[in-house]
Design a protein around this ligand. Structure first.
Ligand code: NDP
Length: 282
């Protein structure tokens, strides 16, 4: 009887790496779908990144994720970029096909897939808090998915202006920057509000966005990128105000789903991956 002991190899290169739950999510999905695939969580910083990328190619990896601090640095080792990764200027997922490396950014795609379970981004008016990596991915991908108006609210004006300019230049959406130096008031007619800052992330779970909470009810949907804890203070306030809420687990799970699709062609079961996060973070 013939056996095939080869695995589809995937993984993550980041530093720090130990607290990243993606490996648990991936393992569960691979096992559920009977895929002979492995996801190796590797602590790799800037010094070792080039060798790690060469190693992945040499060992026949199907691809790998990059997280902090490698999302921009990895680009110089790649052969090409998918359109949204090109616009965002950062890569979190690399696909290796016949030794050629293509960079994707699935953070924003994961967010948009999650958003679509409750609202259509097409034609939407959005407010995005933050202008870091997650905010860039969310704003660009939402714009490419048809959002018509995106207001970027950020504390650091340079980063915020830069993101608004990027959306205006590279996508059909219109974007404006608002400096976040006072409680932000959400305007009537706002469809989707997204916290893409790290405010509320464990252990600082009582931290609150500087926001006029009386205006939260003007938003139809309030989404948070924070997955730990899954229900943030913002989402609790939004639920009280009658908004539909969307937590950061959906973004994480859908991003993993897009990655698995890119690496194996399989559409993984969301519920299996979500159950892992529920077990881990309650
Ligand atoms: P970055 O460091 O690139 O950006 C952080 C952003 O948060 C900046 O815009 C920063 O503003 C803002 N910020 C941080 N603290 C404050 C504060 N006290 N007041 C106002 N603004 C603040 O981080 P990322 O974009 O990579 O990540 C942001 C969050 O998204 C993290 O918590 C991360 O865990 C989460 N994330 C979740 C994902 C998921 O799948 N659920 C995927 C990716 C990220 P400024 O520019 O003014 O400094």
């Amino acid at each position: 009887m013939a056996h095939d002991f080869m695995s589809i190899l995937t993984g993550s290169f980041a530093k720090p790496a130990a607290e990243n739950p993606t490996v648990a999510v991936m393992d569960a999905a691979y096992a559920h779908h009977g895929l002979a695939a492995r996801y190796i969580n590797c602590e790799v910083g800037p010094q070792a990144l080039h060798d790690a990328v060469r190693g992945a190619v040499a060992m026949g990896f199907a691809g790998f994720n990059c997280s902090i601090p490698n999302k921009v640095a990895v680009i110089e080792y790649l052969d090409e970029l998918a359109p949204s990764a090109q616009i965002i200027g950062a890569v979190n997922t690399v696909v290796i096909t016949d030794g050629r490396l293509t960079g994707h950014n699935t953070d924003g795609q994961g967010f948009v897939e999650s958003l679509r379970t409750v609202a259509d981004p097409a034609g939407a008016s959005m407010v995005v808090f933050g202008a870091g990596g997650a905010a860039r991915a969310i704003a660009v991908e939402s714009a490419l998915a048809g959002a018509s108006q995106i207001t970027i609210v950020n504390r650091n004006p340079g980063r915020g202006e830069n993101l608004a300019a990027l959306v205006n230049e590279a996508t059909p959406a219109r974007a404006a920057f608002v400096l976040w130096d006072r409680p932000f008031a959400i305007a009537a007619g706002t469809d989707i509000v997204v916290n893409a800052t790290s405010i509320g992330l464990y252990p600082d779970t009582d931290a609150r966005l500087d926001l006029d909470t009386a205006t939260l009810g003007y938003a139809s949907v309030v989404a948070d990128v924070i997955h730990n804890p899954p229900v943030t203070r913002l989402l609790r306030d939004a639920a009280v105000a009658g908004c539909t809420t969307l937590d950061g687990r959906g973004m994480l799970v859908n991003q993993a789903r897009v990655n698995i699709r890119l690496w194996t062609g399989i559409d993984a079961d969301n519920a299996v991956m979500r159950a892992v996060l529920d077990d881990l973070f309650g």
